[in-house]
Design a protein around this ligand. Structure first.
Ligand SMILES: [Zn+2]
Length: 126
């Protein structure tokens, strides 16, 4: 089965990315599951004394933060997997040029090449 289309990379490269993204997807899903259980456990523990309450709030916030971090990361991973399935992986969405392999290894969900990304960041600042 071939996954290639517009992508500048060989199928084997795409499969490697796909494999590692799937692993990350699984890990993030597990992390979210764990955080959800912790949130439920904190909610179920009910009202304690004042000292416990403040500690519970702090840990609740930490769990919520890690949950939302995992969710954000999971969206990015899914975006990268979508781009692989669509044959758009490694193709810049702005200039249609190739995104460098090095950049994709750091940010597999990058949808723009480094030049276009820098341009859009600069125009956002100014
Ligand atoms: Zn570009």
């Amino acid at each position: 089965m071939s996954v290639s289309s517009h992508s500048p990379f060989a199928d084997t490269v795409l499969l490697l990315f796909k494999h590692s993204l799937r692993e990350q997807q699984g890990e993030l899903a597990r992390a979210m599951d764990k955080a959800q259980k912790e949130i439920r456990a904190i909610a179920d523990s009910g009202p304690g004394d004042v000292v416990d309450d403040s500690r519970d709030n702090a840990s609740k916030e930490a769990v919520f933060a890690s949950y939302s971090q995992s969710r954000t990361q999971l969206r990015k991973v899914e975006l990268a997997l979508d781009r692989i399935s669509a044959g758009e992986f490694g193709v810049c969405a702005a200039c249609d040029g190739a995104i460098s392999l090095k950049r994709l290894q750091a940010l597999p969900w990058a949808s723009k090449c480094i030049e276009c990304q820098e341009q859009s960041e600069q125009s956002r600042i100014h």
